[in-house]
Design a protein around this ligand. Structure first.
Ligand SMILES: *[C@@H]1O[C@H](CO)[C@@H](O)[C@H](O)[C@H]1NC(C)=O
Length: 317
């Protein structure tokens, strides 16, 4: 293939979620979901920052997960909401590459952070006496930075062989964002090798994190069963929360990437799952079922109300 002798497409056309569905209902629904994601996750970040009792590795990583969730929901959903209302649903070539880059940074970062959170719980439950020496705030910062760096490296490696492919003609992407598995097929060259590379890259990332998560949960479960003195109920509720999030996050990824060569319509629904429903579930699962976070939120509310009352009192005087 003569790489120098073609004109690259300037933009891609996104077909959106579906052309036949009742768009105005979806517009309202996705607006609502998006606002809920942003507000819910910001509430977690605010709560953790403002409550000194929550300045522990577990909650610091949780609030970092919330930040990632907001980003994960933001790289594509506002554009999709915007596209509901507009006839031309195009995205520039650069915008498309940016979406691919961001998706893989945030998704990769989230995978590694979920592993770090599982490791934190493993130390807390299986080595409770050494917890403070093994998991200090410094180590926690290392894990958080490490998850960002891994996400960025993974994403750069994906983009490295995508961005130089010759995109010369077909530019229709049957989704509401630039999904790498779909975009790569549009290159006017034999895409077999790039597709296999992409699969190996994402697969390595996903499968490694997934296995590490499974192993840490299994070790925790086995430990908990042998020492009934370690708060069995507490460990179970933490594990249930983790396993639910992990299943909902990895399930769609596995299905999308396990059959990347055929484009099932179900893929779109699964993409919505990982970009909209996972970011909403994290605050619900990790926070609303957690006593410490609930009481911190209550404290925050009381502080807010009393400061309001005080300022009103001083105004009326
Ligand atoms: C994310 O983690 C870093 C490093 O541990 C921490 O300093 C920061 O406060 C966290 N961010 C949020 C929003 O909690």
């Amino acid at each position: 293939m003569d790489q120098g002798n073609y004109s690259r497409v300037a933009e891609f056309v996104l077909l959106g979620l579906s052309s036949s569905w009742e768009l105005q209902y979806f517009f309202v629904l996705f607006n609502f979901l998006y606002i809920t994601i942003v507000l819910g996750n910001l509430l977690i970040v605010l709560t953790v920052i403002s409550e000194p009792a929550l300045h522990t590795p577990m909650y610091i990583m949780l609030s970092n997960l919330s930040v990632l969730d907001v980003f994960l929901a933001t790289y594509a959903t506002p554009k999709m909401i915007h596209d509901f209302l507009h006839e031309s649903k195009t995205i520039s070539f650069e915008g498309c590459m940016a979406q691919i880059f961001l998706l893989h940074v945030f998704a990769g970062g989230e995978m590694v952070l979920l592993v770090a959170m599982a490791y934190d719980r493993y130390v807390a439950i299986c080595k409770p006496l050494h917890y403070t020496t093994i998991m200090n705030l410094c180590k926690c910062t290392g894990l958080v930075v490490g998850s960002w760096v891994t996400g960025i490296m993974h994403s750069l490696s994906q983009l490295a062989f995508t961005i130089n492919l010759p995109f010369c003609g077909p530019n229709i992407v049957d989704s509401y964002y630039c999904d790498l598995t779909l975009v790569i097929k549009l290159a006017c060259t034999d895409t077999y090798v790039p597709e296999v590379l992409m699969l190996l890259d994402s697969g390595l990332m996903g499968v490694t994190s997934f296995l590490l998560l499974l192993i840490s949960y299994m070790v925790i479960l086995i430990t908990v069963q042998h020492h009934s003195s370690v708060g069995l109920a507490k460990a179970h509720s933490i594990l249930t929360a983790h396993i639910t999030v992990v299943t909902l996050f990895f399930g769609p990824c596995i299905v999308i990437y396990a059959w990347p060569f055929s484009n099932f319509p179900v893929d779109k629904v699964l993409s919505v799952f990982s970009t909209v429903f996972t970011p909403i579930l994290n605050p619900i699962i990790y926070t609303l079922r957690n006593k410490e976070v609930k009481s911190a939120i209550r404290k925050l509310k009381i502080q807010y109300v009393s400061s309001k009352l005080l300022s009103q009192l001083s105004l009326t005087r």
